[in-house]
Every structure is written in structure tokens, then in C-alpha cells.
Ligand binder design. Sequence first.
Ligand SMILES: Nc1ncnc2c1ncn2[C@@H]1O[C@H](COP(=O)(O)OP(=O)(O)OP(=O)(O)O)[C@@H](O)[C@H]1O
Length: 969
Amino acid sequence: MELGPLEGGYLELLNSSADPLQLYHLYDQTDLAREEIELCSEPDMDTINCEQFSRLLCDMEGDEETREAYANIAELDQYVFQDSQLDGLGKDIFIEHIGLEEMISESVEVEEAGQKSQKRQDGMANVGALEDPFSLPLSPAVPPSSSLLSCLSLPAGRIQIVPSLPSLPQGLWQISGAGTGVSGMVIYQGEMPQASQVLPSSGPAMQSLPKSPERPGSTSPFAPSAADLPGMPEPALTSRANMTEDQMSPTQCLTAHEVSSKPPKWPETVEQFCSSLRDKYQAEPAGPEGILVEVELVRARLERNSSKSQERELATPDWAERQLARGGLAEVLLAAGDRRRPRETQVIAVLGKAGQGKSHWAREVSRAWACGQLPQYDFVFYFPCHCLDRVKDTYRLQDLLFCLGPQPQPVDEEVFGHILRRPDRVLLILDAFEGLEGQDSLLHSAGGPVSTEPHSLRGLLAGLFQRKLLRGCTLLLTARPRGRLAQSLSKADVLFEVTGFSAEQAETYVTRYLERAGVTEHREQALALLHGQPFLLSHSHSPTVCRAVCRLSEALLELGGEAELPSTLTGLYVGLLGPAARDSPPGALAGLARLAWELGRRHRGTLQDSQFPSAEVRAWAVARGLVQPIPGAPDTELAFSSFLLQCFLGAVWLALSTEIKDKELPQYLALTPRKKRPYDNWLEGVPRFLAGLLFQPHADCLGALAGPAVAALGARKQKVLSRYLKRLQPGTLRAGRLLELLHCAHEASDAGLWQHVVQGLPARLSFLGTRLTPPNTYVLCSALAAAGRDFSLDLRSTGIDPSGLGSLVGLGCVTHFRASLSDTVGLWESLQQRGETKLLRAVEEKFTIEPFKAKSPKDVEDLGNLVQIQRQLGPNIKFAIGTSPLLGGILCPPPGPIISCHSKLAIVNPVRPQLEPERDSLLGAEDLPPASRNRSDTNGHLLRQPGRVLSPCERWQSSKVQGAEETRP
Ligand SMILES: Nc1ncnc2c1ncn2[C@@H]1O[C@H](COP(=O)(O)OP(=O)(O)OP(=O)(O)O)[C@@H](O)[C@H]1O
């Protein structure tokens, strides 16, 4: 039977009458067609290798839609088919839910199900029993499992037994089909069955997997071994037992890998290469200042930034829901290991905004390896990606590792062979991945090479990411996730985020900085300077800003006398650049500023010697630390010493340039919707610096950098921006842009502009899903306090930290707020512990949780904790469970109803859907039609629409365990 294109989920395919072997090959080809299967000879229709099958089955299980559909089948089975009263309704809903219209006739008429099952019996797997396609008949030999794959039934005939595939749950797995040469293949995961656990077949023939007689490479045309790859050495000896990897079973292979993590005896050349790499990493200082503050990474995930757009961005978890990689480096590197398939490349992405410390962290990984902390790797190669952006030349894999690697040297074939033999013991670090041209396509496009023949560097990288070259290695990349790159990064096995410094870590950095500078006596003064400018303290959450603050503090303290840090970021950078500008060659600052802007427009932060206006300007910029060499890159390549500095210089160019037309200037504030402006704001720090440079008093700001001659030009530009900003209605801006406007107004330090902005703030402010970093929280607090009006805030999914949450909701002008339950519990508990009862009472009264939707047991638990704290405070305190002014109502029931509401919520079992409509009607408040939504009875219980029974799917949805609660203001 000819199969059409692979469409829909695996569920549809399993329910089709397609020949399972064809199905399998179609699956594999579709998947691997993208991977350009050049090296397979003839696809061997009769051969299924267990790794391939493991992959197929894993993917089927990994397919979220299928998994969920089968889970629903299992759970809804009883409801739909055993509860005769609900028969008709249930089936319809069930069928609709799993989205299989074509199954309607099959599933409604039960007899037909038998035939369908029979059809499938000839195929790959029997899903379900003959009589009832959705019941789960488990033979005594098969351990019960909710997995779709544990419900395979066993046929008569020859059976191959493949012991223990690591990715399968324990149990028996049967595969059969024409062309296999056997009527059935059983994969047994777990201990082999005892004789008493009789396999339901007439004498299973124990055979090994089919194997190509000619060569000991992989038996799979789709999963080549090293021996299959042109240009690769002969198959590796992976154990000291003189067996090739491919002669071993997958279990043996894994065991061999584990065992061989003991240091093997290496040839002299390999030992030498390895120790030269280690020496290289150990010799590198930890960052430009040689300071290390230990930071924890947070598990990350990407999400669509709007329901309409395909673009993704880093999701913002609530503070209390963040998952820290507490095990440090080891945990990060092991994180994807659970999902790792044998000999499969593992991709780990460490993401974060510019200047958060990604490169610092990545270099720390190589240093840790050099110090023997990562014994699971024999080799670690660190590449700053700016150095790999070479379009012209062609390279082989060995050139990448040896010539472009951290320790450039001629290729040593013996060492290279050694690397190829154990790719699983190789870690490649690709730092600043966003710096590569067209990086997004490397991760997902087809066409990466499968051989080590010369290719463009991009081709080589594509081969690595597409898991064809050095298959089985670990790829660790760091990147700023923006635009299309973020979309492709969802292909990574695991994601982490570098979130910058906490206030304590910033203080630690200041202390260490002064220690290294040999001026520890200034420590207290420097910390006092920092605390004297809370806005800069909040910005020191970014290590880059923290470093800049340290440098300026050091300079100010050296001068002696009354020192004070500036109150804006613009002031900080003017303070740092002013002295450099004063002794610059003529036109040097403007020349460098122009370069910063023009490179930024092309999304680049690196520059060549030849791009400087003159050698003199280059020498000045290097001497003043404005640009610096890139570690590992040729001397002719330099980079701006930080992204923020590049943004500042870009803004200087906009402020100074006569080439930028006045009417174009407002677009560079990036406050209007993206569609209406061609500028993409890659240099995202430019808007606030531009406002700062043009609005702050000329003599202290732009004049301090460029001299008095540019005063008239600056004044004209200021007028243009002022007119634009005063026409802007803050209430019409989305949360992210509103925050940027607040930052611009803060940097401008112009009383008129600030008043205009704060007066325009709407009374109800929702920041739902928009990150509130410490500086964002700071400007928001200042603006609300200055407005002299009342506000309601929605602070859910903002990642706001506990101290930020406390400062915002503690403001007198904030009369109502909504925040995640877990963060609120944290705040209340900390206020309680600190004995701040008055503030606690105040914030409790402002808190609202309506409409409440419990999505996980944690939500119910948190609600219980809130009620508990509330009880302790006495009967007069109440928080709003009804609608609040923020949400359009006024109901604030006393604690009694909340507790009774809680006790109802607590009995909802989140794992199994509750079928009694009364029970979860409370949970399903948002599932009700608008007419009955948000209405409550006198006890504060939400009313259900009479006669409306929630469908099983709705109940399932409402009881699904799924992270923090969702927004529905
Ligand atoms: N944990 C840390 N301890 C000490 N210094 C740090 C730490 N993290 C970052 N820094 C310092 O902060 C500055 C910025 O760090 P880094 O260059 O690693 O940021 P990044 O996220 O890679 O930025 P970009 O995206 O712009 O490349 C550097 O000077 C670095 O030394």
C-alpha cells in the first residue's frame, strides 16, 4: 500500500491500515530526509535496527499530542464505554477530543473495532484488544503500564527477543510485520522473563538483530556508525574486551561507556593534546577582571510571544516556580542526559540577555574541565562564535577542532581518530551563538554534511547540530535568544537561563573587584555609593552594569572628596567615557560611535582593524578599553567591550549625527509598534540612552563627551523627541513598551516629561507575561509613587523578585494587586517572619485571586497557606476572591467562604478527571459562558450555569497538572 505524506499525529497513523513496516520507513525517511541520507546504500526494507526502533517508539511516546491522546483514552475509557448512561454524549466528546473524525464509525460500532484490530494485528503493533479498541488488555506477562506501548499483544510465530532498550518502559514490546523475516520481534525491557512467564508464542527463536555481513558498522541505513562515514576511521574499539561498539547490544554499549569513563591509557600524542588544552583553559583569567561570583542557572523554556506570532521568547516563570540548577555545572550538563538516546548528540542551550554572564559561565565550564571537575569529558573545545563566522574558506571537522580551536595547532590524525572514536566524551562549547550569521538555519535546516570532507564552516556546524558529524557528542551553546534564533532553539534538548546577579551577588562582586584592584579599604565607601543610588543598585543585577559601576566608583574614590554615583545609566556611561573622550584624537569618539551604530544595525558587535577610521583611533579605543581583543580570534578582530557600551555609543551617534533626519529620530525610541517602523531595535539599550543624552543638561552629558559645539544640534533633536513623547499616550502602550517609556523618562531626568508620562498611566496596569527585572520594578515603583493616584496591578508571570513584589504592593497608591499564589505566599510569610504585621495586613487586603483557577495541586496548597496566614491575622482581614476593581467587580467575601471554597478545591484529584459535575464546577469557573462567569452566591461560591455539565475534556483540562496558573484578567 502506498502511503501519502505523513500528516497528523502518530495516532492517526496507528489507526490507519497502513503496512507498519512501510509506516516505519516512511517515518524514518520523513524525519531523516531532512538530514540528507547520503551515506545509506539501499534502504533495507527488511532490516530494523533496535536503535531505530527505540527512536521511533521514543518519538511516538515523546509526541505530546499522541501521549496526551492515549492518556485520555486510558482515562476516559471507563467513562465513555463502561458508563452506559453517558454513552452517546461521552463518545462524541471523546472522539472530538482526540480529533479522529474518521474513527467515528469505527468506535461507535463496537463490532467493527474487532476488524480494525485484526487489521492492525498484521501490522506493526496491536493497540488495544480485539473487542474494545480502547481497553487495555494486559497479559499476565506484561506489567501494567499506562504507556501506549505497553499494550502490545503477542502473536504466534517466530519471535526475536531484543533485551533491554534503555528508552522503553519495562515490559514486553512486540513488533511484527512482513519483511522482517520473523512474524514477531519482542523487545523486552527489564529483566528477562522467567520460564514461567511464558511468551504467548510457539517457541521464540532467539536471534540477534539483523546485521550487515560485510562490515561491522551500524546495521541501520539511517544511523551510520563511524565506520559508515566517509573519511572516518575504522570502527572504534570502545571497550578493552576487543569488541566493536556495533557488535555489542545497546545495553552492553551503554555499560561499556559507563565503565570506560575510567581514564583509559591514551597514546602519548593524545595525552599531550589533552594537557595542552587543559593548560590553555587554566591560564585564562576568569573574565577581564579575573573575578568569579558563583551564579545559578535556571531551567528555561521558550514560548510564543503572542498567540498569533510564531516567534518565541524565553518564558517568564513566577519567582517561586523557578527551577534552579542547584547541582551547578554538573546538573546542567547532565540535564539532557535523561532523554539522551544512545549515541545521540545532545544539545544544551544556555540563554540570557546581553551582559548577563553567559560567556563568563561558558568559559568557567572549560576551566572546570581543565581542573578535572568534568571527568565525563575527555575533550572540551571552547569556540567564541564570532571567530567561526568565516564564509569563504572550507574546513574539515579536524580543522575546526585543531586549527580554529582554542589551542590552534596542526591536525594530528591520531588525536583526531581518538576523538572520533568516543564522541560521547567530547564537549563542544559554542559561545555567543547569536553572533553567527544565519544561526537559526544551522539548527533546523537540512543539508548538513555527513562526512568530514571539506565544507564551509556553516556546513560543518550544521552537520554537528543536525547530529550527523561527531554524532553522540555534547553541544553546549550560549546565546541571546531573539527573533528567529529563539524559534530554532526549541530544538535543543534542554534550555537554561543565566539570570544575572542578586543584590547580594552584586555586593560580592563589588567586594571582589576592589580586592583585585588592591583597594579593599574603599569597600565600605563603594558599597555606600552603590546603596546611595538604588536605581544603579537595581541595574547591578546585570554583571555588565555591576562592573561599570565598580569602575566608576573606583575612579571617583581615587579622586577623593565627596563622591556620588550618577542616578541614571546614561550618567554612568558619561562618567566612564568622559575622561576617555577628553584625551581622544580628533573625531575619534564620533568615529567609534558611528561604527557601533552601523555594526549594530547589522546585528554585529565585532569589528576588524580595517574598519576603524584610523590606526590612531583604533589604538585609542583599545587603550581606553572601549574595544578589546576576542579570546581565540585573530588579533585583527576586536569587539566592543560590552553590548551596553555599544548601545551607548550607538545612541551617541544618533545624538551627534547630522545625517539622521529629525523626523526619523522618534522611531529609534522603538515605542511605536514594530510594524510601523523599519528599525528592529537590535541595539536595545539605545532608546533610553538617546533620551538621556538629549534631555539631561547638555554641559554634564552630551557636552561632556562632544564639547559645547554640538549644543544647538542636541537642543533641536531634544525638541523633536519631546514633541513625540508628549503626544504618546502611555495607556495605549503594551506592557513592555510602557516600561521602556518609563526608562526613557527616567533617563531623561526631565521633570516635565516625567510628569507627562506618570499622569498618563492607566489605573489598571497588567504586566502579565512581561518580565519585571529589578530596574523595571524600580522605575515602576517611582512612577506609581509620583502619580498621586490609585492603581491596580496584575503582576502574574512577571518573574518579579520578592523584594520587588514587596516594594510595589506595599505602595500606598496600589490598592489592589494580583500576583501568583506562590509568590504571594512567599511575601506574606516573609512579612510575617519579619514581624511586619502592618504591612502584611495592608497587602493582604489588597490581594485578589479572582478568577481563581487551580491548575496544579500546588495552587490549592498555596491557597491553603494564604488562608492559614489570614486566619492567624484575625477575622477582620479578608482578601478578594470575588471580582475586584482590577477585574471589574467589588466582591470581597470574608475568610469563611474562602476556606470552604478551599476545602472543595482540595478534593479535586488532579491526576484523574473528576466526573461529578458538582465537584469541579468551582474549578471550571472560566469554562462557564460569560453570562454566568464571575457571578457568586452570597457565600462567595461561584455559580454554575444551570444545566450545563462540563464535558470530560473540559474537566480533564481543568484538572491537568500544568505549572502556574494562567492569566485571564
Ligand atoms: N558570575 C560572574 N562573576 C564575575 N563576573 C561576571 C560573572 N558573570 C559575568 N561577569 C562579568 O560581566 C561581564 C559580562 O559578562 P559576559 O560577557 O559573560 O556576558 P554575556 O551574557 O556573555 O554577554 P553578551 O550576550 O553581550 O555576550 C563580563 O565582564 C564578565 O566578566
